[in-house]
Design a protein around this ligand. Structure first.
Ligand SMILES: C[S@@+](CC[C@H](N)C(=O)[O-])C[C@H]1O[C@@H](n2cnc3c(N)ncnc32)[C@H](O)[C@@H]1O
Length: 279
């Protein structure tokens, strides 16, 4: 076959394979009474497993020091349920810093905000943390699925993990939660309208010695994403001090850093969280 012949043939074959796969998925929906795409939530892990299960939407993360492989199922289309590089960077940082620093996560209360698939939270649980991974309600099946996939690894450590709904700024929910020793925010600062609520949640759920780790991917200059990050960095500087972490990360990440509460944070928080009274 000539080179031109090959070039023409490959796309045709790909098209045929994809069409056949979609047909199969459609048939299996009918035969197994799987909800149709209109009925099924795009976040429904069980639905995706049955329809797309033959395709590999799986990702793995190695925790070499613990000899653990974390397994995650990612979403084929929806960008909130993919695994972002900043999450991988935090998971690696937690592992490395625990090795260097006497397993500092062990026994700590850990909260991941906007967790998506919850990789850093899963890593923290394997390091012995008492972890709560949180997100919007539609992400809960994905978080729970990640926990179920890795339960054995977590049970072999002294860690614990649970998934809960926490929408930033939800006063009732925040009041019901204890202050945390470690808060993780990975790739979650992209919507300027949620920045105030995120900052107030971070403040209200942290104490003076809480470690907060924030990581963020690159943004395009002048984009809405850059606007959200600039606001977060600017506004939260009133409550927190930022310092970059000594983490090696690739070009897709702009910031991995530690955030520490400044001394007068508690007095200021009522300004950005008007309904707030001291917990
Ligand atoms: C780009 S994803 C990042 C997911 C994950 N942290 C990671 O790094 O792979 C952003 C996440 O933030 C969550 N999120 C956005 N706004 C939120 C809000 N107001 N309250 C709670 N979660 C929110 C989204 O649902 C989504 O899971």
């Amino acid at each position: 076959m000539t080179q031109i012949g090959i070039r023409k043939t490959i796309p045709t074959l790909l098209f045929l394979v994809i069409t056949a796969r979609l047909d199969e998925a459609h048939k299996s929906q009918e035969s197994e009474n799987v909800p149709t795409s209109q009925e099924a939530s795009p976040f429904d892990a069980e639905y995706l497993d049955r329809v797309w299960g033959g395709l590999s939407w799986k990702r793995e993360h190695e925790m070499k020091t613990l000899n653990i492989t974390l397994h995650l199922k990612i979403h084929p289309i929806n960008p909130v349920a993919v695994l972002w590089e900043p999450a991988t960077a935090i998971a690696s940082y937690l592992e490395e810093s625990c090795e260097e620093n006497n397993n500092w996560v062990r026994g700590k209360k850990v909260l991941e905000l906007g967790a998506g698939l919850g990789l850093p939270g899963l890593a923290a649980a394997c390091l012995g943390g008492n972890v709560t991974v949180t997100d919007k309600p539609e992400l809960l099946p994905w978080l729970q699925h990640g926990i179920d996939l890795n339960l054995k690894s977590i049970q072999n450590t002294s860690g614990e993990i649970r998934a809960e709904v926490l929408i930033w700024g939800d006063d009732e929910k925040i009041r019901s939660m204890p202050r945390q020793d470690l808060i993780i925010v990975s790739e979650a600062i992209y919507d300027i309208s949620t920045v105030d609520d995120l900052i107030s949640t971070m403040v209200r759920l942290s104490h003076d010695d809480t470690t907060i780790i924030v990581s963020q991917g690159v943004w395009i200059e002048g984009s809405t994403l850059e606007g959200a990050w600039t606001k977060f960095f600017h506004d939260s500087a009133e409550y927190f001090e930022f310092s970059p972490l000594p983490v090696e990360y690739d070009d897709s990440i702009s910031f991995v850093g530690k955030v520490r509460k400044t001394s007068n944070t508690e007095e200021k928080i009522s300004e950005i969280s008007p309904g707030h009274t001291e917990l």
